[in-house]
Write a protein that binds this ligand. Structure first.
Ligand code: ADP
Length: 600
């Protein structure tokens, strides 16, 4: 209830006013009572008291009054005479017959002989009365009593009396009652004023603080636009100014953080490596599109670490690593090999783990291809080398005993094998130059049809020797194309040479050509041994041969079509196996008529 500053202020004011009034009230009533009692005793002292002279004799203050009383006491009707004297002095004695009365009592019994009180007051034996009965003046005051009294013993002749003055303190009680009423009224007015005052105070003090609070709430909600007005140069004004400055600094910091985040988001979005972040509980924080692609699965927000990488590396072990240490592992996803790097991204408990996924498939494949290639090259060279060595050894060891024609045939084999090796090495050189991209192409404009005719002519003799029917059927006039004629003719030679080689004697070979849009094409079809379905996709691979023995027999290296493919691709063309009705093979070569950057 008293949580707000406004209420606290009001409560403080109320407590202040109430305690102030209580203190003032207590002070006033105590002082009024003391004053009244003091005044009563002073008055009595003035009338009945005595001063002590320098010589030690007591002298009545009001000598006449006291001598009158003493002489009246000596008279036979002393009580009546004394009453007359007291009646004559009621003003000086303050007797008002209501609150203060006098009583003339018998000095030895204490019985009332005369009195000013018209009521039937029964006198209680007070300490003062008792001391007067003992012959001493009783004028002690008692603040706690609800009355005031003095008792003076008077003796005249044989008579003894007591003059007893008693005040029932009604006047002071009434006065205190009135004072209480006044204080209560003042308290009510004071309370009203304090409520108003506290309202005004809260308006000037609490109002600006409330505005700063509202501003802070807006800030927490992300609204940095509204600045708080600085209305005064006091502490509240300074607080408001500082608050505005803090909001500016906060906005700048947030903008900087936002920029950093955007930068990172863009980086994560476009990088080819996958990035997945988890918090220390293993809950997913972030997963970029590359990671989803590499993991070949959707990664919804509720995915946890163990689901993706728990089997590869336990989360607790990575969290235990000290930065910049990291762990790495390999993971197979489908046919892909992923290299994974695990690193904690903060040493604090609120940190987590970052997993970077790198696709190593291509690297692995090229590594495998490289190994396979080296193995193939070694194998291809070892066979002719072994042959050369064994025939040369036989010749050397024969010591001239071998017949000349056998020796000649051995030497022929050695020369053939050497040629074969030279052929392989030349092909390998060509390929490696094409791979390295430093093979200069000598490009010119030439007639595509003319190039085909010259290749067909060059192979006509060999085809005839094998008893093939070789036909060239250009379907339409062919345009000039731009390219390295010599190398493109080498490609055509390879395709046509293969058709002649891999077709049993007496086969049919058809060469056709034409244009299709911006391209020219050439197809070589044969009705030879054909290429089995499973080998079709591999025949452009290096050293790939369907029938190794037949290829080697016919002088093939298994590199011809891969060289052809490289050359064609350098011309932005394609070379592939076309679908073919019946037995045999059809190879189709397509080349663009124009090349990019070609000189007219
Ligand atoms: P090679 O020097 O062995 O002829 P290529 O690269 O030219 O090497 O050819 C690769 C393989 O493709 C050959 O070994 C052969 O098995 C197959 N091939 C190519 N052309 C034909 C064809 N017209 N008919 C049947 N098989 C073919």
């Amino acid at each position: 209830m008293f949580k707000s500053l406004h209420m606290k202020l009001m409560l403080i004011m109320l407590l202040l006013i109430t305690s102030l009034m209580a203190a003032v009230g207590a002070f006033l009533t105590t002082n009024v009572s003391s004053f009244y009692i003091e005044n009563f005793h002073d008055q009595m002292n003035d009338m009945f008291g005595s001063d002590t002279e320098t010589d030690g004799t007591a002298l009545a203050k009001n000598a006449r009054f006291m001598s009158d009383l003493l002489s009246a006491a000596a008279a036979p009707d002393g009580a009546a005479q004394m009453q007359n004297i007291l009646d004559a002095n009621t003003g000086s004695l303050g007797i008002d017959f209501r609150t203060r009365n006098y009583y003339i009592l018998d000095g030895s019994t204490g019985a009332a002989l005369a009195e000013s009180d018209e009521g039937d007051t029964i006198l209680a034996s007070t300490p003062n009365l008792l001391s007067a009965l003992n012959g001493k003046v009783g004028d002690r005051s008692d603040v706690t009593a609800n009355y005031m009294d003095v008792a003076i013993p008077i003796s005249g002749g044989e008579n003894s009396y007591i003059i007893y003055i008693r005040d029932n303190r009604d006047t002071v009680s009434k006065l205190n009652g009135q004072l209480f009423t006044i204080i209560m009224q003042a308290l009510v007015i004071g309370l009203l004023i304090s409520v108003m005052f506290s309202y005004l105070l809260s308006k000037t003090l609490v109002g600006p603080i409330e505005k700063v609070t509202e501003g802070a709430e807006r800030l927490a909600g992300g609204d940095f636009g509204n600045k708080l007005p600085v209305e005064s140069p006091d502490e509240i004004g300074i607080l408001t100014g500082t608050f505005n400055h803090m909001a500016d600094v906060l906005q700048d910091s947030l903008n900087a953080v936002e920029n950093e985040r955007n930068k990172l988001d863009t980086l994560f979005l476009h990088m080819t490596d996958g990035v997945v972040a988890f918090d220390h509980d293993g809950s997913l924080i972030h997963c970029n599109p590359a990671a989803t692609q590499l993991l070949q699965r959707s990664v919804p927000q509720e995915t946890v670490y163990d689901e993706l990488f728990g089997s590869v590396y336990p989360l607790t072990q990575i969290l235990a690593l000290q930065r910049p240490n990291y762990a790495d592992a390999e993971m197979m996803v489908g046919d892909k090999t992923l290299e994974l790097y695990f690193a904690p991204f903060s040493d604090r408990a609120s940190g987590g783990v970052l997993v970077v996924l790198h696709d190593e498939t291509e690297h692995h494949r090229s590594e495998e291809r490289r190994k396979e290639f080296v193995a193939n090259v070694s194998h291809e060279l070892r066979t002719p080398l072994t042959n050369v060595r064994s025939y040369a050894e036989t010749l050397r060891d024969s010591g001239g005993d071998i017949p000349q024609d056998t020796a000649d045939s051995f030497l022929d084999i050695i020369i053939n094998e050497t040629d074969r090796m030279t052929h392989i090495v030349q092909d390998l050189l060509t390929l490696s130059r094409l791979d390295a991209g430093n093979t200069e192409m000598t490009c010119t404009r030439f007639e595509f049809g003319e190039a085909i005719s010259s290749v067909v002519r060059a192979n006509a003799l060999e085809a005839k020797r094998r008893g093939h029917e070789l036909k060239l059927e250009p379907t339409q006039p062919l345009p000039l194309i731009y390219g390295d004629r010599q190398r493109l003719e080498q490609v055509m030679m390879n395709i046509l040479g293969n058709a002649i080689k891999y077709t049993p004697d007496g086969g049919h070979i058809l060469v056709t050509a034409g244009t299709a849009g911006e391209h020219v094409w050439m197809e070589v079809s044969d009705d030879g041994i054909g290429i089995p379905e499973k080998d079709r996709e591999h025949i452009f691979d290096r050293f790939y041969r369907v029938d190794k023995a037949r290829s080697r027999e016919s002088g093939g290296t298994g590199l011809g079509l891969s060289i052809a493919k490289e050359i064609v691709e350098r011309h932005h063309g394609t070379i592939r196996l076309a679908r073919h009705e019946g037995p045999g093979t059809t190879v189709r070569l397509t080349l663009p008529i124009r090349q990019e950057g070609q000189n007219a």
